[in-house]
Structure formats: C-alpha cells, structure tokens
Design a protein around this ligand. Structure first.
Ligand SMILES: Cc1cc2nc3c(=O)[nH]c(=O)nc-3n(C[C@H](O)[C@H](O)[C@H](O)COP(=O)(O)OP(=O)(O)OC[C@H]3O[C@@H](n4cnc5c(N)ncnc54)[C@H](O)[C@@H]3O)c2cc1C
Length: 472
C-alpha cells in the first residue's frame, strides 16, 4: 500500500475537479487529485463557456488560455433553442466561448501543472473513512490521509454514493444523443461557423429535436438529437451507428452522407440534485452534486463555478482564516443555484412540444422571448450572470457579482489573479486583514459607495469594506 498525505483530496479530474485543484494550489493548499482514467479521453460533452464562467476564468487570468483553444465566439445563448442575447448585462464577455470540454480540461490541467500539481491518473477512489481530524481515502493500492475530500467524480459519483446521499429529482422519459460527425459535404442549410444559436440547424417535430453545431473543421459537426417521450431500455448501451445515420436521414434526407462518426454518446433527461453538498469533511461539486439535460449549455459552467465558490472557502479553512460557518455557506449558495438551473432546464424541456397546443405555447413563448425584459431574464439564467448570494447587508450591491471595469492599464479583474479578497476603495484605507488586497480606485460601479470588499470569487462581501464575518 502506498501512503500519501494532503490537505485536500479532489476525486475526479473533470472541469470541476481541475478548477478546484487550481484554486487550492493558488492558495498554497497541498492538494492531490485522483483520477480513475489513465489519460483524458479527448471526448467533449460540453462545447461552451457561458459569460459568467468566462468572467470567473478571467478573475484568475485563465480566460486567454481557454480562448486560445476555442473554435468559435458565439454572439448569444439559447433557452429551449430560442436564441437569447447577453447584451443587456454589464459584462466584458457578452458571448459564449465555443470550446470543447476536453480543451477546457487541458487548459486547466496545464495551469495546474505550472502550479506544481500533477493529476494522479489511474487512481480510482474506491472508498474513504472520515473521523474528527480528517479523511482516509483509498484508491486501489494508494491510501491518502487528508483534512478534506471533495467528490468531483461526475454524475455517477462514488463519493456521493458512499455518503449514502439521496440524489432525487425528476426521472425523465426521454433521451438525447450527441455525436461528432464528419460529413462528406456540408449539409444543406447548415452553418459553416458557429456564430449564433439562431443559425443552429434545428428542427422540432412533436417531442423531437435535431441540431447541428459546426466544430471549426470543414464538415465536422456536433449532431444532437433526441426524443422527449421515448428512451431505449439501456441508456448506457452503445449507440448503434445506424441510429445516428437514421437521425441524419430524417433531418436531411438521403443526400447527406456521413464520412465518419468520431464519437457518440447517449444521455438521459433525468434531473437530480444531491440532498446535501457536505457531510462532515466530505464535499460534492459539479455533476457529482447535480445532473440535468444539457439544455442551454449549463452543466460544465455550473461545475466550474461550484469549484470557484468552494476553493477559496476550503483554502481559508485550511489556512486558519475561515469563520466557523464559512464552509457551510458553500452548500447554501451553490445548491440553490443548481436548483434554479434544474428548474430552468425543466422549463426548457417543457418547451419541446408534444401536442398542437404545446406547439402554440412554444410559438407564443418565442414571441415573448423577443421582448427585452424577457431576453434579460432568460439570458441571466443561462449565462449565470444573474447569480447573487444572500447577504445581511441591505445595499443592492451586497452579494452580487462585481462588474469588471477598466483600472489603470488593465481591469479590476486583474486584482483577483492571486485568489484573495480585494478591497476597492475610493479613499486611502488600511487593509482590514492580511489576506486582503487593497486597491484605490477612482470610481466604483455603485457611485454611492466608497468601499466594497469583494470575495475571491468576485461577489461583493461587504458594501462598507468590512471583513468581519468573512475572515478571522
Ligand atoms: C451530451 C452532453 C452534452 C453536454 N453539453 C454541455 C454544454 O454544452 N455545456 C455545458 O456547460 N455542459 C454540458 N454538458 C454537461 C457537462 O459535460 C458536465 O456538466 C461536466 O462534464 C461536469 O464536469 P465534472 O467535472 O463535474 O464531471 P465529469 O466531467 O464527469 O468529470 C468527472 C471525472 O471524475 C472521474 N472519476 C469518476 N469516478 C471516479 C473515481 N471513483 N475516482 C477517481 N476519479 C473518478 C472521471 O473519470 C472524470 O474525469 C453536457 C453533457 C452531456 C452528457
């Protein structure tokens, strides 16, 4: 048996686990990442970064690295395949970054390696035991003793199952399939570049959908199709090539020929949320805590932001700066956000019509969605830009995200690269705590405020600049 120690063990090197490990490493926490796969598959479920995820990566100087690996900048998002614009939001990133999930993972793993942390691949977590001072994690012939364990091990999370946590929600009736397909020629009417969700070739016959997203290589597309009412008996069984070819024929007729199906995967339309995100010294994040139909392109984004929320809190605890209730605020804040996403996904599923009256409802909804206020509401939901956390302070800025703004030769977001709290102040001020970066600014996004203390994840902690309740 090989033995290791760590302050935090992260199980799973998907986007959530890698983001979390980066956050912990940045704060100087001794982190070990266990990943069951010997190497990354290179397959990409997700294809996008939503605006809030772009902002969050920008807070750590990671967005440029992701954008270098992207294949598209998409001007809008979608709600039930109805395009929604992000332009009504005060953000420097009112667009989706089109980037395969594998490239997000590669960028995060590269940064993690630069911080001196190597993912321990080929190590599947098989069990753990926790006691008053720590957790002992077993992964085959490896045993790691740590202060905390975080299960970022995906929808079938071994950590969640070992905790015995209920994973409840809506059991769907349908299914979806995603496949990366190389066509011999460009399918008629299909866009050759992914610029807008509006130009996705998508047909909606009752209960069914077919869509194509160009992946940046000539004639290579992400094909997605599904059926709200029917699912095969075994969702995990391999998807037959014939089924993919039939879906293409149904949409385009016989003229469109497939050269190669690079990968294909079936997914369910179940929506589930873990009953708790924390049991003692063990936490859940990302798909381990929540799964849903990929409507609107939100899952990876939710996981990366879970990691951004949990990382600095765990680091503060490990380094002895955390107030007693800080770690519990992770579940309070992020479970509510996931619950909201599950709700909006359920609403999106309901907008894939089955009956003539539902078709009429969808048509009406599409008209309503064109109204600026409705656009704002829907785009806030899918982008994550509408997220605000509860605060005891009454000022409207409390708990909301800091909109980025130019500062000196750069932007306010640059101040967050070290992963610490930032005090933005219009008048000279002493640091309220050694963990706080102080920056004098000519203006604040809220003209009536003189100081704001902003959390490492970019949300306003205090509109008076006080660190009380946030750092000890
Ligand atoms: C078809 C499809 C399309 C999607 N499209 C989008 C989209 O466009 N936009 C979007 O935002 N989201 C999308 N999603 C959702 C997105 O892919 C997930 O939300 C995302 O992968 C979650 O990341 P994660 O790191 O939490 O989990 P995962 O990506 O599942 O990573 C978990 C990791 O843990 C490892 N692991 C598992 N068990 C163990 C163990 N016992 N020990 C050690 N390691 C373990 C796994 O090998 C894996 O590397 C889509 C999902 C699907 C299925």
């Amino acid at each position: 048996m090989n033995e290791l120690t760590a302050e935090v063990v992260v199980a799973g090197a998907g986007p959530t686990g890698l983001m979390l490990a980066n956050e912990l490493a940045l704060a100087g926490v001794d982190v070990q990442v266990l990943e069951r796969m010997h190497e990354r598959t290179g397959l990409s479920k997700a294809l996008n970064l939503q605006p809030r995820t772009a902002e969050v990566l920008d807070l750590r100087g990671l967005l440029g690295r992701a954008e270098q690996r992207s294949f598209a900048t998409v001007a809008d998002g979608h709600f039930a395949v109805i395009p929604v614009r992000y332009t009504g939001w005060d953000t420097r990133h009112p667009y989706q970054v089109g980037i395969p999930q594998a490239q997000v993972e590669a960028a995060l793993e590269e940064r993690l390696a630069e911080q001196g942390v190597k993912v321990l691949r080929g190590h599947r977590l098989t069990g753990f035991e926790q006691d008053a001072t720590g957790v002992t994690i077993t992964a085959g012939d490896l045993r790691v003793r740590a202060k905390y364990l975080v299960g970022c091990d995906g929808g079938r999370s071994a950590v969640r199952k070992a905790l015995g946590l209920p994973f409840e929600g809506i059991e769907g009736r349908g299914h979806g399939v995603s496949a990366d397909v190389l066509f011999r020629t460009t399918p008629p009417g299909a866009p050759t570049q992914w610029r807008s969700m509006g130009n996705m070739v998508t047909s909606l016959s009752p209960g069914k959908f077919v869509g194509l997203i160009p992946l940046g290589e000539p004639n290579l597309y992400r094909l997605s199709y599904g059926d709200r009412l029917n699912r095969p008996e075994d969702l995990r069984a391999e998807v037959p090539e014939d089924e993919v070819r039939a879906a293409v024929r149904e949409r385009f007729g016989d003229e469109v020929e497939i050269e190669e199906i690079r990968w294909v995967s079936r997914f369910s339309d179940d929506s589930r949320l873990a009953a708790k995100y924390r049991v003692g010294r063990v936490f859940l994040a990302g798909d381990a805590a929540h799964v849903h139909f990929p409507a609107g392109g939100q899952g990876l984004n939710l996981g990366v932001q879970d990691a951004m929320n949990l990382g600095w809190k765990l680091a503060a605890d490990v380094r002895g700066h955390a107030p007693a209730d800080l770690l519990d605020s992770y579940e309070a804040e992020r479970r509510a956000v996931a619950s909201g996403v599950l709700q909006n996904v359920a609403a999106q599923n309901a907008l894939i019509p089955l009956t003539p009256d539902q078709l009429a409802l969808r048509a009406l909804f599409r008209d309503l969605a064109a109204l600026p206020e409705v656009q704002h509401k829907l785009s806030g939901m899918v982008s994550g830009l509408d997220i605000a956390y509860a605060s005891p302070e009454s000022h409207p800025a409390a708990g909301t995200r800091l909109p980025d703004f130019p500062l000196g030769n750069g932007f306010a977001s640059d101040l967050f690269h070290s992963g610490r709290f930032v005090l933005l102040t219009k008048t000279p001020a002493p640091t309220p705590h050694p963990e706080v970066v102080v920056a004098e600014v000519p203006e604040l996004p809220w003209p009536d405020l003189t100081q704001v203390l902003v959390r490492p994840d970019g949300y306003v902690a205090s509109t008076t600049g006080s660190a009380a309740g946030w750092l000890v």
